[in-house]
Design a protein around this ligand. Structure first.
Ligand SMILES: [Zn+2]
Length: 121
């Protein structure tokens, strides 16, 4: 993958990560810091609600995605980004554009969803 593209993905992942950290953190602090919203600048607020809509509202899912985003950023560092962690084939560009933190190509994702792939953690 060319550097320019890689940088775009890195920026996007970093952005999603901070938005998500805001969401995850806020859920944990919910009740304690009810007025945090008021001190946030509007741009932050907008990207948070965008992420919230884009992703799922459950914080468990947020956390899973957060981990996947961090792994994806690490793969960019390691120059392994865009390659399926299971079979080593390139992940379809359309798939990466939709969800830049995906770990598997469509074939392996399908195997995973059918319980035919052992995820090493
Ligand atoms: Zn694969």
């Amino acid at each position: 993958m060319d550097r320019k593209k890689l940088k775009t993905y890195r920026d996007r992942l970093a952005e999603e990560r901070s938005a998500l950290l805001g969401v995850v953190g806020r859920n944990e602090d919910y009740g304690r810091e009810a007025d945090t919203e008021a001190t946030q600048d509007p741009a932050d607020k907008a990207s948070n609600s965008y992420t919230k809509e884009l992703l799922f509202s459950q914080s468990t899912n947020d956390r899973i995605i957060l981990t996947q985003i961090e792994e994806a950023l690490q793969r960019i560092e390691d120059e392994e980004f865009g390659v399926c962690v299971n079979c080593g084939n390139e992940i379809q560009p359309k798939r990466l554009e939709a969800l830049p933190w995906v770990r598997y190509c469509i074939t392996c994702q399908d195997l995973l969803e059918r319980g035919l792939l052992n995820e090493e953690e």
